[in-house]
Design a protein around this ligand. Structure first.
Ligand SMILES: [Zn+2]
Length: 408
């Protein structure tokens, strides 16, 4: 019977620890593991006699596993939604949402098939190096999608309710759901303001995720109560009287409700101006960028450089297959690098790893190669790359071409 060694010394041409205060990149680096945990990271020369077997990964980068800060696995069966018809034009959120809601439940996909497709999507995320995902769903059955997977799935049940018909039912739901189920709000335009406050209060010190400033249509509705989203809601019986527009931006609106703080995760933040960015930074709110979804829906480009300059450390999310053509954080990095060529590729990689794990409250457990962290991480092939200055840019520009294997 083979006896499993108590640890390994993993060697690779490059190691990226993603630890504040440590070098960004180790050339000819090593990761020493024991009993499933990392015990040391450093140049290979520091480990002349490790006392455990060596595994040389060769022309590879060892880096922390990736973190997906925003996804809706439940919508995976709606892949290609925006490509289906003439009803959608870039930037038209209301049309996209209306079609999503109309398609959902009427496309003949049963619950079991939905869950099967969602699990396939989750398996795909793992295959691309993702170890944790914040997953938003509207159906309680979706809470089980991650069961049995090596990916940590934090499930948040999203409450929609801005129309006069839906809001009262949503209030009843929020009051009735068991306390151990995490609830979250859709957005400043999709959930009535009193409900947003109730849900935030209920979340306490836990993560409270909300879509924010995704489209110009959202800005118009939140500020003025008009535009295509108002038309969409009028077709569904009108807006709940709890909402009254006060000329504010979505972040200012949420701040007036008292729900912007370090546990609030603001997803998208495409149309945020300097005052909004200052406000988000001052409140310590988390920001999740979803560049692939933004490009797919044509809603615009987030002001990433201004966010970084204000001290915001965003994470990355894939959003769903209803608004993205694949769930792959490498693709998100690539799209973001094209959207914001002025941003340091090292920062883009941090968004997908250490910063993302911090935002989800997992920063002490995953997202870094450091002593005490799990000995589970990807080795990314970088054939032919010998110049340390090329490592980060080749990683963030690799997209779907990136090849990796899990080390564990
Ligand atoms: Zn979303």
């Amino acid at each position: 019977m083979a006896i499993e060694p108590e640890g390994y010394l993993h060697l690779a041409r490059f190691v990226v620890p993603m630890v504040d205060g440590a070098p960004d990149l180790l050339v000819n680096g090593a990761v020493l593991t024991r009993h499933g945990r990392i015990v040391a990271v450093g140049p290979a020369a520091d480990f002349p006699d490790p006392g455990v077997p060596l595994i040389d990964h060769g022309e590879a980068v060892l880096l922390p596993p990736l973190v997906n800060c925003h996804c809706h696995l439940e919508l995976s069966h709606l892949a290609g939604l925006a490509e289906d018809g003439p009803w959608f034009r870039p930037g038209e959120m209301a049309a996209w949402i209306e079609n999503l809601l109309n398609t959902r439940g009427e496309d003949g996909t049963g619950v079991e098939e939905q869950l099967f497709v969602a699990r396939q999507a989750l398996a795909g995320l793992y295959a691309r190096g993702c170890i944790a995902v914040a997953d938003i769903g509207n159906e309680q059955v979706s809470a089980d999608i991650g069961a049995g997977f090596k990916v940590m799935v934090g499930f948040f049940r999203e409450v929609l309710g801005m129309t006069a018909a839906l809001a009262p039912r949503a209030r009843e739901l929020a009051a009735a759901v068991a306390a151990d189920i995490s609830l979250t709000a859709h957005s400043a335009y999709g959930t009535a303001p009193d409900l947003i406050q109730t849900l935030k209060q209920r979340a306490g010190e836990g993560l409270f995720s909300i879509h924010l400033s995704e489209s110009l249509e959202e800005l118009e509705f939140v500020a003025l109560g008009s535009g295509p989203l108002a038309g969409f809601m009028a077709r569904r019986g009108g807006v709940d009287p709890a909402f009254s527009p006060a000329g504010e931006s979505p972040p200012a609106f949420l701040d007036r409700l008292g729900v912007l703080d370090r546990n609030t995760l603001c997803v998208h933040c495409v149309h945020v101006n300097d005052d909004d960015i200052k406000l988000l930074a001052a409140r310590g709110a988390g920001v999740c960028l979803c560049p692939g979804s933004n490009r797919y829906l044509g809603v615009g480009t987030p002001p990433v450089a201004a966010m970084l300059a204000a001290g915001i450390r965003p994470g990355l999310g894939t959003d769903s297959l209803a608004s993205n053509d694949r769930l792959d954080l490498w693709q998100e990095m690539k799209i973001l690098a094209r959207m914001a060529p002025e941003v340091d590729p090292g920062d883009i990689l941090r968004m997908a790893t250490s910063w993302g794990s911090d935002i989800l409250g997992l920063g002490g457990d995953i997202g870094r190669l450091a002593p005490g962290f799990p000995a589970v991480f990807p080795a990314v092939r970088v054939p032919g790359i010998t110049d340390p200055d090329e490592v980060f840019s080749s990683l963030v520009r690799g997209g779907g071409e990136i090849e990796l294997e899990w080390v564990q």
